[in-house]
Design a protein around this ligand. Structure first.
Ligand code: FRU
Length: 486
């Protein structure tokens, strides 16, 4: 394994800060015709510390402009993860009727004691500058692990009122509160421990989505990030589909509590089967059923060893979420928001006989769409000057494997991995979109129903090799887009 500092090129269609450490996306809000991304940031260093909210905005979720730090750490507190809402009715009184505020609800992680409580900051200039509320914290349970508030406006039933979903991380519980003014909060209910509990619970989100686009069949999705204990090892995100009645979240199917270090593949529902999709949450300020998620593209297992410089850490592509019935269950699907790009290569349908390969040159920032059928085994290798990853499709079981052991420039023992996504339909067809940028490979298979998000350092001059490993492979579609071309 070589250790190498990766400075240029910077990721082109992923957000990375100009310099220094980042982790979770925070306060995602669509406001003033812009997507605002705040993020966990150490403005002074390349390791986790001095946590503050950095800030960037975008018109298209692809190209980001970084702004000065929005909420800075102080002597008393670090500013941990949370969310932002547009308080249109000025229910908080932190703005005024003519100029209602943006309100950030974040976790105060006090330095002097191990205590975490929820606090407010507000902006009356569209997110440019932020002031702390003088009455902070607004919700304190005297807990050392109470964090990551996601606040949304609940408008059904007895609504409208604000609902906060947060975690008691060590107890593996999601806790729900309600408020009329964002300042005083009343306990509603808790959920958990249930499902995957092999690590602390972090960064929850709760939102409604129609099943198969049918608004009459709305379900609620509870996202729970978990570290460690994710399906691929280390940090991961599980989700639960159920009902929220304004007070309580009830899962559609009762979940067994599993506590393995590495959770079983089948049975639980995972947002992603790769290693680098953590702390994902969704934007507020969009129409009810428009759900866009961004996550931190890293894993606490080795985040401090990510060899990029002068920045450390980046976000995943933004993903549009939908619920689709697949194999008798409502599954959460995630498809990337990408620039249109320009077609660089398009192959006519063909068949690869057992042992045959085809090779395609790739642009630096590429989208690859393909559809193949294989009764036995097909592989897709992505190789660059520094390494390669191998995607293997087993047509008999329908499973997909991603091996990135040859894309390691990190030299960290927990980095090399082979991960597996189960088959949801047991078909011999694989339909996938691969997104390649500096330092990452994202695979969205079968309309985003089983995805892998992985850091992978491939270097330059990349080529794709599709190979019929066993049996023949029908290549029904193979198209490469250059995503840097406008
Ligand atoms: C998740 C997390 C959150 C916390 C933040 C601190 O990665 O541990 O629970 O608020 O990071 O930076």
């Amino acid at each position: 394994t070589q250790t190498k500092q990766i400075g240029t090129p910077r990721p082109s269609i992923h957000f990375a800060p100009r310099r220094h450490w980042i982790n979770d996306p925070n306060g995602l809000v669509y406001y003033g015709n812009r997507y605002h991304l705040f993020f966990q940031h150490n403005p002074e260093g390349d390791t986790h510390g001095n946590m503050s909210w950095g800030h960037a905005t975008s018109c298209d979720l692809v190209h980001w402009q970084e702004h000065p730090v929005a909420i800075s750490h102080t002597e008393e507190e670090e500013v941990f993860s949370g969310s932002t809402v547009f308080d249109e009715a000025n229910s908080s009184g932190l703005g005024n009727a003519q100029n209602p505020p943006l309100v950030a609800i974040y976790t105060s992680a006090y330095r002097a004691e191990r205590r975490q409580a929820q606090s407010l900051a507000y902006s009356t200039d569209g997110g440019r500058t932020w002031a702390r509320y003088h009455g902070n914290p607004v919700l304190d349970r005297g807990s050392s692990d109470f964090r990551d508030p996601k606040v949304f406006r609940y408008t059904l039933g007895d609504g409208p009122y604000w609902v906060m979903v947060a975690v008691e991380a060590a107890a593996r519980q999601v806790v729900l509160y309600r408020s009329d003014d964002l300042k005083s909060w009343t306990y509603l209910s808790s959920y958990g421990p249930a499902g995957a509990v092999g690590g602390v619970w972090e960064c929850p989100d709760l939102f409604p989505l129609p099943v198969d686009g049918d608004a009459e069949q709305q379900r609620w999705v509870l996202l729970i990030s978990l570290n460690p204990g994710g399906v691929a090892g280390g940090s991961g995100t599980q989700y639960v589909v159920g009902q929220f009645d304004g007070i309580r979240f009830t899962p559609d199917e009762p979940l067994e509590t599993l506590s393995g270090e590495r959770e079983p593949l089948e049975g639980l529902a995972w947002l992603d089967w790769g290693r680098d999709c953590y702390a994902g949450v969704t934007f507020s300020g969009l129409p009810l059923h428009e759900r866009i998620l961004m996550a931190w593209m890293s894993n606490w297992d080795y985040a401090h060893a990510v060899p990029t410089t002068p920045w450390r850490g980046m976000m995943t592509t933004a993903r549009r979420l939908t619920l689709r019935s697949i194999g008798g269950r409502a599954r959460l699907c995630a498809e990337p928001v990408l620039p249109p790009g320009r077609v660089a290569e398009e192959l006519a349908p063909c068949t690869l006989a057992n042992g045959e390969s085809l090779v395609v040159q790739l642009p630096d920032v590429a989208r690859i769409d393909f559809r193949i059928r294989a009764l036995e085994t097909a592989s897709v290798e992505l190789r660059g000057s520094d390494g390669s990853v191998m995607l293997t499709f087993d047509g008999a079981s329908g499973r997909i494997h991603l091996d990135r052991r040859s894309a390691d420039v990190m030299g960290h023992p927990l980095y090399p991995s082979i991960d597996t996504a189960p088959s949801l339909t047991r078909g011999s067809m694989l339909d996938a979109t691969i997104v390649l940028d500096t330092g990452s490979v994202e695979i969205f298979a079968d309309q985003g129903s089983r995805n892998f998000t992985d850091l992978a350092f491939l270097g330059e001059a990349r080529v794709l090799t599709m190979h019929a490993v066993a049996g023949s492979v029908s290549v029904d579609e193979l198209r490469v887009l250059n995503l840097e071309a406008r």
